[in-house]
Design a protein around this ligand. Structure first.
Ligand SMILES: [Zn+2]
Length: 427
């Protein structure tokens, strides 16, 4: 970006400092908690109304019929598009409008969007209404500074990212909204911090494993077969064999934080025997079922079918070694790892913009968890996609979530500069 232009875009963004704060606050004040997916329509309309005033064509797309979609909780998405003065590539900013539940431990009202000490507080402040606001301010300032900007700018607000993105980016990607020739470059303003470019994420496999037993009187457990003890045998193998094996596998992907450079598995839940929560004492029974849900995060170097068979091999071994061991395993969810080439245009343009705006080298990272890039990569077949946005990812989903106002402004400058260079360079 020429220096004069850079200065004027930066100045226009600085002038919008209050605007980006108010925009972030307005978005936080629409509680789009998912599940169940509240207030998607008003939030999408708020974004659409704003961008229509800035010269965008706005479309609303409801992901009708996807899980969770109903007239009460419509899976509403908004896509705003601005055709430039001359043909050229399309740069798309995609933000999810949903937020997770508030949970306990807040010292501020999660939906009042309080401003204190240079920060905006609230559920979704960093993940990722601050990012959406910064992207909107970035494109508005860029359009004002360069009215004859070539190419196409798009901004979307999409549903359900927190629950897998099936009513949002996946739905749109299946219908061509995230593919060439419509879109060329995608920036997702997730809270990866102002000096980091996130090029991808690890894979995910969730499964439910159930061990089976036989009910009997608890005073004579030898007449039954305890499903919880069978599960404990599996947990023992996890501890002695699976976890050491996972910890020994280190990826070449630049995943942050460091602990996520290895393969990991969380035991999400475990339950055996009678339901808790009833009044009174339980009755004496040997549990005939124990269920666990595992959350396995795997590396780009690992193969999903091998990830699954590694767990199945432990279960099969117990079936032969342990009397009465029976199990069932059910897949719940899976995501293949995604990684954009470090030399891809959107990575290079954003890294250069970080250098130019902040004055230090960008760090190229990958995310420990997944985000909507997976659908843009796998369904949209679009490889030029990154996450870049304001906020600290560690604060996501936590009580007293916040975003720094300085970061909103800085990231808007970076996004404007990256978009400019992608739109004006010869592709
Ligand atoms: Zn997010």
């Amino acid at each position: 970006m020429p220096v004069d232009l850079k200065n004027s875009v930066h100045e226009l963004i600085e002038q919008r400092r209050q605007d980006v704060v108010e925009l972030t606050r307005d978005l936080i004040k629409i509680p789009t908690v998912n599940p169940p997916g509240e207030n998607y329509a008003p939030c999408a309309e708020f974004i659409g109304d704003r961008l229509r005033k800035s010269g965008f064509d706005v479309e609303y797309i409801r992901a009708e019929g996807v899980p969770g979609d109903s007239d009460k909780y419509p899976r509403m998405n908004v896509v705003a598009r601005r055709q430039g003065s001359a043909p050229g590539p399309c740069v798309h900013f995609n933000g999810h409008i949903d937020v997770v539940e508030t949970g306990a431990g807040w010292t501020v009202d999660p939906f009042a969007a309080e401003v204190r000490q240079g920060k905006v507080f609230g559920r979704g402040a960093c993940d990722m209404k601050g990012g959406i606001a910064a992207a909107i301010i970035a494109v508005e300032a860029l359009i004002e500074a360069v009215p004859d900007l070539p190419g196409v700018l798009e901004i979307s607000g999409t549903a359900d990212e927190e629950s897998g993105g099936f009513g949002g980016v996946a739905y749109l990607a299946e219908r061509g909204w995230f593919s060439k020739p419509r879109v060329d470059h995608v920036i997702i303003p997730e809270p990866l911090n102002v000096d980091r470019v996130c090029i991808g994420h690890r894979g995910v496999w969730w499964a439910e494993i159930e061990t089976h037993g036989r009910i009997a009187h608890g005073s004579m457990p030898f007449f039954g077969d305890c499903a919880v003890r069978h599960m404990s045998a599996l947990l023992r193998l996890f501890e002695t064999e699976l976890y050491p094996a996972l910890a020994s596998r280190v990826t070449e992907m630049p995943v942050v934080p460091d602990g996520a450079r290895t393969s990991t598995m969380n035991i999400n839940s475990i339950h055996g025997g009678q339901e808790e929560g009833n009044d009174g004492l339980p009755s004496p029974c040997v549990p005939d079922s124990c269920r666990t849900i595992i959350d396995r995060r795997f590396l780009i170097e690992e193969d999903l079918s091998e990830v699954k068979s590694e767990v199945r091999a432990l279960l099969d071994r117990l079936s032969t070694e342990r009397d009465g061991f029976r199990y069932t395993m059910r897949d719940l969810f899976e995501v293949i790892p995604s990684m954009t080439d470090k030399n891809a245009p959107v990575v290079q343009a954003t890294a250069a913009a970080i250098k130019s705006v902040i004055g230090r080298e960008a760090t190229i990272v990958c995310s420990p968890g997944t985000y909507d890039q997976k659908h843009i990569d796998r369904i949209g077949k679009l490889k030029d996609c990154i996450a870049y946005g304001p906020g600290i990812v560690d604060l996501a989903h936590q009580p007293d979530e916040y975003v720094e106002i300085d970061d909103l402004v800085t990231s808007a400058k970076v996004m404007a500069s990256a978009a400019y260079s992608l739109l004006t360079s010869d592709q």
